[in-house]
Design a protein around this ligand. Structure first.
Ligand code: HEC
Ligand code: HEC
Ligand code: HEC
Ligand code: HEC
Ligand code: HEC
Length: 250
């Protein structure tokens, strides 16, 4: 009897501590992760292959239209400059081979000459990715639904044009004040890049060979990488820019 009571007392504290620690781990480490789904970009597109390898400028794919609006992601029209598979010819060849044009696997297996003879890639992995892009999107006349890591809710108004004259060099003097907003290492480059994308986007995404996974909040559908309101406001306050609600919410 005596013994049982003693062990009970001891057993009362330990489970409490274990339970407390487990709750902490769940709350801090596990549960926040559960709210995010990792989604891959629809096509393996390598910035390294195109920027470093092909010497392309950012502006070939990410540019302002003549009316000042931002084109954002590139369309097939840009890619077709080099990925010169003729969609009409390819679709005809697919029909002749008796393949359903939406049966992508069958098209890829059939080794259609109008496609295979016009692929640009030098090695097998790249060729597989390029073939997938060509078969699923380019010849079908479908744009790639690229995932926007910075995807903002509809009620937020953001304009690249409003930020186009802002440079990393200008912001470098605010390195300390902006340390929660912009990764401080962005300001430590020996020579500042002309592009200011690193101030808001994932650092150096243009050096990537593999696009990072998009982390989607399973409740809201929004991206984990989206710039939070306080970050926009912090920089605006430091730069004497307006922070009235209607500046960013229309
Ligand atoms: C051949 C076209 C092409 C070129 C050239 C190119 N990009 Fe991209 N860029 C893309 C595509 C496609 C995506 C979307 C898929 C991905 O993230 O890889 C993208 C995504 C991005 C994003 C992420 C946008 C988001 O959703 O947050 C940034 C930032 C970016 N590019 C910066 C650059 C910079 C800087 C350069 C020049 C050094 C550059 N890109 C050159 C095609 C291009
Ligand atoms: C300036 C010419 C050029 C443009 C424009 C271009 N590509 Fe490419 N792309 C190439 C070449 C060349 C290769 C093969 C590179 C190699 O073998 O080293 C390639 C390879 C690829 C590959 C396989 C390697 C990888 O990145 O995964 C894919 C997929 C691809 N391109 C998609 C696209 C898409 C999508 C666009 C438009 C957003 C585009 N390309 C625009 C020239 C271009
Ligand atoms: C001041 C912050 C900021 C800077 C600087 C910036 N971006 Fe963005 N970018 C954003 C935000 C915020 C979004 C999301 C907009 C939305 O979803 O409405 C975005 C979206 C994008 C998108 C995808 C969606 C689209 O179609 O607009 C691309 C591509 C992109 N940016 C490329 C770039 C490139 C390339 C640079 C550098 C030349 C750059 N951005 C500089 C904040 C910025
Ligand atoms: C790193 C600093 C920085 C960040 C981050 C930033 N901005 Fe800005 N923003 C500026 C500056 C500087 C200007 C003024 C640029 C100019 O006038 O040349 C500006 C201007 C604007 C304007 C135009 C204001 C007007 O008077 O019409 C809007 C809208 C805006 N930002 C929205 C946003 C939103 C939304 C975000 C977050 C997703 C954001 N900004 C993030 C620095 C920043
Ligand atoms: C400099 C730009 C900017 C200004 C100024 C601004 N917002 Fe926002 N707001 C954002 C962005 C970006 C988001 C989306 C990202 C997020 O949820 O943090 C947002 C999201 C929100 C949301 C949704 C929050 C959520 O988590 O879903 C509310 C509500 C909101 N803002 C209210 C306001 C009010 C009220 C004001 C004025 C006091 C204001 N905002 C000023 C940029 C701004």
């Amino acid at each position: 009897m005596e013994e049982r009571r003693a062990s009970k007392r001891c057993g009362g504290v330990l489970p409490f501590i274990i339970g407390f620690l487990a709750t902490c781990v769940l709350g801090w480490a596990v549960i926040p992760g559960l709210f995010f789904d990792k989604v891959e970009q629809p096509v393996w597109f390598s910035h390294a292959v195109h920027v470093d390898g092909q010497g392309m400028d950012c502006e070939s794919c990410h540019y302002f239209r003549d009316d000042g609006s931002y084109a954002g992601f590139p369309t097939n029209e840009v890619c077709a400059e080099c990925h010169a598979v003729d969609p009409e010819e390819a679709m005809e060849a697919i029909a002749e081979a008796g393949i359903d044009p939406s049966d992508y696997d069958a098209i890829m297996k059939a080794e259609i000459g109008a496609i295979e003879d016009n692929l640009a890639s030098g090695d097998d992995d790249m060729m597989a990715a390029e073939r997938e892009y060509v078969v699923k999107y380019l010849i079908q006349g479908k744009e790639v639904p690229w995932l926007n890591y910075q995807f903002q809710p509809d009620n937020v108004y953001f304009s690249h044009a409003a930020h186009k004259d802002m440079t990393i060099e200008d912001m470098a003097e605010l390195k300390k004040e902006l340390s929660d907003v912009v990764d401080p290492s962005v300001f430590e480059a020996e020579e500042f890049p002309e592009q200011n994308c690193n101030l808001c986007h994932m650092k150096d995404i243009h050096l990537n060979d593999v696009p990072p996974a998009f982390q989607r909040n399973i409740l809201s559908g929004y991206s984990k990488m989206t710039m939070k309101m306080w970050k926009c406001e912090r920089c605006h306050a430091l730069k004497g820019q307006p922070n009235a609600c209607y500046t960013c919410h229309k």
